[in-house]
Design a protein around this ligand. Structure first.
Ligand SMILES: *[C@@H]1O[C@H](CO)[C@@H](O)[C@H](O)[C@H]1NC(C)=O
Ligand SMILES: *[C@@H]1O[C@H](CO)[C@@H](O)[C@H](O)[C@H]1NC(C)=O
Ligand SMILES: *[C@@H]1O[C@H](CO)[C@@H](O)[C@H](O)[C@H]1NC(C)=O
Ligand SMILES: *[C@@H]1O[C@H](CO)[C@@H](O)[C@H](O)[C@H]1NC(C)=O
Ligand SMILES: *[C@@H]1O[C@H](CO)[C@@H](O)[C@H](O)[C@H]1NC(C)=O
Length: 660
């Protein structure tokens, strides 16, 4: 008996406790909800009823039952609830299905279906009076079988999915103005459901999260819930997705029987995940690829730029060259100096390459840069070594080689800049530019002393190989300077020694040179002789058109032969010359151009004759005679010589010996 009373008392205590049920969840992190389906509480406390999965449902119920009546046949107490929800659709304004606040006899609504059944009922039990389910639905799909009014409505469901009453989502703002709301906007909204047990009236209100509970309800239904709600029930949420997956969230929830639900602490509610759907999708689908494209193309462009720049300024530098360090120029430096080798800086195009004027960027020294293309690597080492060693030659009648630079297939030689240019234009471009006899004679002496220096003044013999007026440059004081020496050597290299190609300039080649292909001091003297005649006569060594005096040497010889050697002088000089000097130069020219190398003077002798330190021997004494037998046939001319058979230059037995 006592035991029975005790049980009864404790039962009453439980009932009294149940009647006063009143809970608030500002976030669900510490809540002990009863979850099923795909419902989860996220780590930051959001109740996520559904995730991005189609045709799924999720339930979340307060774990404890709620006492709604004093007795099974009694009337339902007043109750009140408030909750904040958000529905995030994957695509703007396209979602499914919805969230329902439910009062149900069991947690989890067993047997229910997802999609348009909202996780509440199935096709057999819809609208059964035995269901005892009360719900307030937030429906985002118009299901015609349940007479939905639209795809964005709030409805009151009694035992079934066809709402007892429903209305488009929205709220009455202060002043009674109705404002539409879109349930699946992804924004947080608050719902209030109040049942007045005395008036038997259900009021539903909806408002954006930042708006206070409206005065005017969105939805109002007069209905006694006593036949629907049992004495002990469970409260919670049901949610489902349809063919479009939507994330349904509840952020906070309060519930109370016999009194108004406590207000939610909105600032404490968990944060929704960023709605990275619509706007970021624009950024992602258009902006990001564009940015990636831009970055990638910038990257490619800069790589291409760097590669092209690298290739543009690429040089060839081998280990053995490091010894010549100081003589080596950077290609970039020369490129800047010549303003990118532009046409305006072009000084001329010689046999071996183009010559550009430039100013060294740091020292501001004026230079001439010769670009020599050279495909073969053979002999390059000896050649560069020679060039560099020649570069150490310093003589007032030699154009100083300042250094060089090597690139693939190309050699760049850097010389002192000679402001007055090459001698040939003073001889052939008359009368625009001209040199008087005094100047010419001084140039001749200068060149002779420069050549002597090459032949004898240096630790090794340097053969110039290409003496001619166009290779004589004039400095600011009109001193003649030898340029371009050694270059011919570059072209001798790399060819098959069996078929030695003779390099030099037609008209300046000694006969034995063309025959043997070997350049000697003597062959330089021969070319110097032709050069002397060139300067004295003011004409080129070979004239193509006029057959009679085509070969300058022949012609001077014939003048001499007739005892009138001065007739050969440059007529443009008029009478302005020193006869003895002119005669000396012409005779010396013939002597140096002797077909027999042994008969040619050395440069030392040449200089002595020019300076008057040694008297010139008679030409006849060295084999030059009117018989004209002493000059060898000039094989160097090959075809040219054939077409201009010379009466004077007949093969002579003693000079055509191959040995040298
Ligand atoms: C949705 O939730 C369920 C259950 O937690 C999980 O198995 C599934 O992988 C989730 N799907 C997505 C897309 O997050
Ligand atoms: C949570 O609720 C379940 C019933 O759903 C109950 O069995 C369990 O004891 C509760 N846990 C806590 C810590 O309240
Ligand atoms: C409650 O109502 C049912 C019929 O609706 C009746 O059979 C039952 O006796 C009633 N119980 C009480 C305690 O009034
Ligand atoms: C429908 O739901 C009810 C109530 O939970 C259940 O008894 C019934 O078996 C379900 N029907 C189907 C077809 O699932
Ligand atoms: C609200 O939505 C309804 C249709 O759902 C539309 O007819 C009405 O013009 C909208 N009102 C406002 C103010 O947007």
């Amino acid at each position: 008996m006592f035991f029975k009373i005790l049980v009864g008392l404790s039962l009453l205590a439980v009932l009294a406790y149940a009647q006063e049920i009143n809970f608030v969840y500002n976030g669900f992190r510490s809540a002990n909800l009863s979850l099923d389906g795909i419902a989860r509480v996220t780590s930051n406390g959001l109740l996520k009823l559904t995730n991005n999965t189609k045709q799924q449902m999720g339930h979340a119920f307060h774990p404890d039952p709620v006492q709604f009546k004093n007795s099974p046949n009694g009337s339902v107490f007043s109750f009140s609830t408030a909750f904040v929800f958000a529905m995030q659709p994957p695509y703007a304004n396209l979602g499914g299905h919805g969230i329902v606040f439910v009062v149900a006899p069991q947690r989890g609504l067993p047997g229910s279906l997802p999609s348009n059944y909202l996780g509440m009922f199935n096709e057999t039990n819809d609208h059964n009076n035995t269901n005892h389910v009360f719900g307030v639905e937030l429906d985002t799909v118009q299901s015609s079988e349940f007479q939905d009014i639209n795809d964005n409505h709030v409805g009151i469901d009694l035992n079934g999915l066809t709402s007892a009453k429903s209305t488009p989502a929205g709220y009455y703002a202060d002043g009674g103005v109705f404002k539409n709301l879109t349930l699946i906007s992804g924004k947080s909204m608050q719902v209030w459901v109040d049942y007045d047990g005395t008036e038997k009236q259900i009021n539903v209100k909806l408002a954006p999260i930042n708006v206070q509970k409206p005065r005017t309800p969105l939805l109002s239904l007069s209905k006694d819930l006593s036949l629907i709600i049992n004495q002990s029930m469970y409260v919670g949420f049901s949610s489902s997705t349809g063919s479009v997956q939507t994330s349904h969230y509840v952020l906070g929830w309060s519930f109370r029987v016999n009194g108004e639900a406590q207000a939610l602490a909105l600032s404490q509610l968990p944060k929704l995940p960023r709605i990275g759907k619509k706007e970021p999708s624009k950024v992602l689908t258009i902006g990001l690829p564009l940015i990636v494209l831009f970055v990638v193309s910038m990257l490619i462009l800069s790589v291409v730029y760097v590669i092209r720049r690298k290739r543009k300024f690429a040089e060839v530098l081998e280990d053995w060259e490091r010894d010549y360090g100081p003589h080596r120029f950077k290609f970039k430096e020369l490129y800047v100096a010549t303003k990118g080798f532009r046409e305006q800086e072009l000084l001329g195009t010689g046999g071996f390459g183009r010559v550009y004027r430039g100013i060294l960027p740091t020292s501001k020294i004026e230079i001439a840069v010769k670009r020599v293309s050279h495909e073969s690597r053979q002999g390059m080492r000896e050649f560069v070594a020679e060039i560099v060693s020649i570069g150490r030659l310093r003589h007032r009648n030699i154009v100083s080689l300042l250094g060089y630079c090597r690139r693939k297939g190309e050699l760049l030689l850097v010389y002192d800049y000679m402001p007055k240019g090459s001698l040939d234009k003073y001889l052939y471009d008359q009368p625009k530019v001209t040199l008087n006899w005094r100047q010419r004679f001084s140039v001749i002496k200068g060149v002779a002393s420069g050549l002597l220096y090459l032949h004898e003044g240096w630790e090794q013999v340097v053969i110039h190989r290409d003496i001619k007026a166009s290779n004589i440059l004039l400095d600011a004081d009109l001193n003649g300077r030898l340029g371009d020496f050694g270059l011919a050597r570059l072209y001798d290299h790399g060819t098959d020694p069996e078929t030695t190609r003779v390099v030099g300039t037609l008209g300046y080649l000694a006969p034995e040179h063309t025959r043997t292909g070997k350049a000697t001091r003597s062959t330089d003297v021969f070319a110097f002789g032709v050069f002397l005649l060139e300067v004295a006569c003011g004409r080129r060594p070979v004239k193509i058109r006029d057959a009679e005096d085509a070969i300058l040497v022949d012609w001077v010889f014939s003048c001499w032969d007739q005892g009138a050697i001065l007739e050969a002088r440059d007529p443009k000089l008029g009478g302005e010359f020193v006869e003895e000097e002119m005669e000396l130069v012409l005779k010396l020219g013939l002597m140096c151009s002797h077909s027999d190398p042994l008969m040619r003077p050395s440069m030392r002798q040449v200089l002595q004759y020019l300076e008057g330190d040694l008297p010139m021997p008679e030409l006849s004494s060295i084999g030059l005679s009117s018989g004209g037998l002493t000059f060898a046939h000039r094989e160097g001319f090959d075809d040219l010589a054939m077409s201009y058979p010379s009466s004077l230059y007949k093969a002579s037995a003693h000079s055509s010996s191959v040995a040298e």
